[in-house]
Design a protein around this ligand. Structure first.
Ligand SMILES: [Zn+2]
Ligand SMILES: [Zn+2]
Length: 317
């Protein structure tokens, strides 16, 4: 049997569980480990039976509980290399120094040395070490757990566009337009069922539309109502970010895709990543229902709304 459970969806945390054959995979870990386990148990899924965690991107609403969960279960985490590096930088922030500042510091130290200041020598060595730390080289993920906040039991890299397999589940990661290092959506296939997760995307580019065909389940972002966002509480800069082509998909954009380009194959369409500030579930639902009702062939699609605070009923195939 193939099962899909949304544990949480929205800007305060995202996580889902895909089960196929003997394999269970957690998709994102954007809640605390304790809350993830609690919700899994509520949904009838055993956390100890998880085989792996796959990560869409490094934003905190997708990785907040990642390190603790992976360590507690001793399971591998699948990232793109760019996402893994960005996640490690997020956990181990380093003092930022621009090249210009570094040059200026070197110049001052050279001047101090010229002036015969003996202390400058050791200070320069420290700066050299610091400068090396500023390079994109990531910290060693295999370092001791207590010393490295980003330590994980095992890390596996995948590349967008290159399918891979975790046990009985085939995973196809695809690039999504979003303001993260290397964000992806996923298509999961097991026992003949195809499930897609496509949230956190600024718009629907052709490669994403291509992936969202012949699905049995589609989880699609329906983040905001355009009017609510425009009139809502967010500062202008944040509004611009959400609206941008690397922000989030509006109700209109999601329903536009469903109406005009979606093939209608999925038994279930789940609207996800709804904003609590700039959307109402009813607005998202009405927009999607109207889109699905515009084609008789889409009326068989069951529409569900993923929630932030409670798991969605488990869907089985
Ligand atoms: Zn998100
Ligand atoms: Zn994001």
């Amino acid at each position: 049997m193939v099962r899909f459970t949304v544990l949480a969806s929205g800007s305060k945390g995202n996580a889902s569980v895909v089960t196929g054959g003997q394999t269970r995979v957690l998709v994102d870990a954007g809640l605390s480990c304790r809350e993830l386990f609690r919700r899994m148990k509520d949904a009838g899924e055993d956390p100890a039976a998880l085989d792996a965690i796959v990560i869409t991107h490094e934003h905190s609403d997708h990785v907040a509980g990642l390190a603790v969960t992976a360590r507690k279960l001793g399971i591998p985490v699948y990232f793109t290399e760019g996402t893994h590096r960005a996640w490690m930088r997020w956990l181990q922030p380093r003092r930022q120094m621009t090249y210009k500042q570094w040059m200026e510091q070197c110049r001052q130290q050279a001047a101090a040395r010229e002036a015969g200041d003996g202390a400058a020598e050791t200070e320069e060595q420290e700066v050299a070490l610091d400068a090396a730390a500023e390079t994109p080289e990531a910290p060693d993920p295999t370092a001791e757990p207590k010393k490295a906040p980003a330590w994980l039991p095992a890390v596996e890299y995948f590349a967008p566009g290159t399918p891979f397999r975790i046990g009985d589940i085939a995973v196809s990661p695809f690039t999504i337009p979003h303001d993260a290092a290397d964000p992806v959506g996923f298509v999961f296939e097991a026992e003949g069922a195809r499930l897609a997760v496509a949230t956190d995307l600024g718009y629907m580019p052709p490669n994403v539309k291509e992936q969202l065909k012949s699905l049995d389940l589609l989880m699609l972002e329906s983040n905001h109502d355009l009017d609510m966002l425009r009139d809502g509480p967010y500062p202008w800069s944040v509004k611009q970010r959400v609206l941008s082509r690397v922000g989030h998909l509006s109700n209109d954009a999601a329903s536009g895709f469903l109406e005009q380009e979606y093939d209608g194959q999925a038994t279930y369409v789940i609207l996800g990543h709804l904003s609590e500030s700039n959307n109402l579930p009813e607005l998202a639902r009405v927009a999607a229902e109207r889109a699905l009702a515009s084609h008789a062939s889409l009326l068989a699609n069951r529409l569900l709304l993923a929630e932030q605070h409670t798991p969605l009923e488990t869907i089985c195939f």
